[in-house]
Ligand binder design. Structure first.
Ligand code: NAD
Length: 476
């Protein structure tokens, strides 16, 4: 049974009941799974009022008590992980194993925030006069509005929910209409864990209409968005106009650098699996492959071999490593990248088009010989297309890696300390992975620089977005 889709406002799950609805489809076959109710303006105002009222109480709930509720919700997510994951496969398309992993990571994030939220400390500053006491205290910012995308429909949302709640904030979340089941399941877990009404609210609708309404509301004090750079720019501008704090987790175009001293086969195997995870629809997906000219042919041969072995199909099928693109509209977007590469002298080594008539499947695609200013090398494909180019020396490759306005993730494979140091200090990115992938853990900060946004999610840095700093000075 697919999730019963609803709004969640002031502790109540609300169905369509005459509201406008939107069909949710399965990208593996185009079938309609369910109808998603859109919030009316009155619903949005009720969610805001509920979050405002609940904030007055939730900020006073002790961190210990908040922690207990978060831990309970995490336990429920673990118990329900298979069912929640199956629904993610149905509405988003990723393979079952990836979906289960995503839900379990939500439980981990919730547990980590439950614990770390108990350690949000202030500080005492030595005074100039011994009759004065000076304190710095951290206080929750208030009602947050969050907007999350469809590629990790559970984990993108939980990072915002768990951090907001652990900080003592309340939240109105607009989840992804294309893949809504996960956010409803998260709301059910928190509801069943005993979260007071109004602390978490979930709404759906036409994205620009909902975001405008929420961001402009004087009730909202903080905005958090994960999605594309163009939408991030619009929301950040709106937030700035109303003097609201914001966290922006935006797109990337992650460079991969494989030096000639790397363990080439290991690098190719790891990068192949990571590139096609979630059909490449990952903001930190390895995107531009800079391969040292001495190892280029070996790396390419191994990468192609591994990609040929990869099973593409419905995420519910055993052994499938790559599912369909999340939505039919994404297929022509991929075709445009391939067409531009073709026009600019690129060579399609593998794939290059739609896999079947039914469903939005796009073949894992490998392109060589594309110029640095081609569409593929400059715009985020957000899909299963990997362009490979050669480089000769370290300074040159770091300059090319930094040539785009993005600055999210980056990947380096080398056995030389000198190259590792040059890359980790030279690359302009929020995250540098050397010889493995180690990002997006609950305890480590995740975020971009340059056009990829600002603010971190994960790690203790996550709380900076949800806390005000207050200075108190007191004369005895
Ligand atoms: P899109 O830009 O239309 O939408 C991306 C996400 O933002 C969706 O979840 C959408 O509902 C939401 N959104 C769009 N307009 C909004 C608004 N005005 N207010 C609030 N939310 C809004 O693109 P798409 O076709 O759905 O996805 C493709 C692009 O989205 C990719 O190229 C990629 O850059 C970006 N994307 C990024 C991430 C990420 O993790 N950073 C995730 C999903 C999509």
């Amino acid at each position: 049974m697919y999730e019963t889709l609803s709004l969640y406002i002031d502790g109540q799950f609300i169905g369509a009941e005459g509201r406008k609805t939107q069909a949710v489809t399965n990208p593996a076959d185009g079938s309609v799974l369910a109808q998603l109710p859109h919030a009316t303006r009155e619903d949005l105002d009720r969610a805001l009022a509920a979050a405002q009222r609940a904030f007055g109480e939730w900020k006073r709930v002790s961190p210990l008590e908040r922690s207990a509720i978060l831990r309970k919700a995490a336990g429920l997510l673990r118990e329900r992980s298979k069912d929640i994951a199956r629904n993610i496969v149905l509405d988003m398309g990723k393979p079952m194993a990836e979906a289960v992993g995503e839900v379990l990571s939500c439980a981990e994030h919730t547990e980590w925030n439950a614990e770390e939220g108990r350690r949000i400390y202030g500080r005492v500053i030595p005074p100039r006069n011994d009759q004065v006491r000076q304190f710095v205290v951290r206080e929750p910012v208030g009602v947050c509005a969050a907007f999350t995308p469809w590629n990790f429909p559970a984990s993108q949302a939980i990072r915002k929910i768990a951090a907001a709640l652990a900080s003592g904030c309340t939240i109105v979340l607009k989840g992804p209409e294309d893949a809504p089941s996960a956010c409803v399941a998260l709301a059910r877990a928190f509801h069943d864990a005993g979260l007071p009404p109004g602390v978490l609210n979930l709404v759906w609708g036409v994205p620009p209409e909902v975001s405008k309404h929420l961001i402009e509301s004087p009730i909202v004090r903080k905005i958090s968005f994960t999605g594309s750079v163009p939408v991030g720019r619009q929301l950040a501008a709106m937030a700035a106009q109303h003097m609201k704090r914001s966290t922006m987790e935006l797109g990337g175009h992650s460079p991969v650098i494989v030096f000639d001293d790397a363990d080439v086969e290991r690098a190719a195997d790891l990068l192949q699996a990571f590139k096609f995870r979630n059909a490449g629809q990952v903001c930190v997906s390895p995107t531009r492959f800079y391969l040292h000219e001495k190892i280029y042919d070996r790396f390419l041969a191994r990468f192609i071999e591994k990609t040929r072995e990869m099973k593409v199909g419905s995420g519910l099928e055993e052994g499938v490593k790559m599912g369909p693109l999340a939505h039919e509209r994404r297929v022509p977007q991929m075709e445009a990248f391939v067409e531009d590469a073709n026009m600019r002298g690129g060579c399609i080594e593998l794939g290059g088009g739609r896999v079947s008539e039914a469903g939005s499947f796009f073949a894992p695609t490998i392109v060589t010989n594309v110029p640095d200013d081609s569409l593929l090398m400059t715009s985020e494909p957000f899909g299963p297309i990997a362009p490979f180019v050669r480089f000769k020396d370290t300074d040159e490759v770091i300059r090319r890696a930094n040539s785009l306005p993005y600055g999210l993730a980056s990947y380096v494979f080398t056995t030389s300390l000198k190259n590792a140091h040059a890359a980790s200090t030279g690359i302009e990115a929020g995250m540098v992975n050397i010889n493995h992938f180690g990002m997006a853990l609950a305890e480590t900060p995740f975020g971009g620089i340059k056009d990829s946004g600002w603010g971190s999610e994960g790690g203790v840095e996550t709380f900076d977005g949800y806390l005000n700093t207050k200075f108190v000075t007191q004369l005895n």
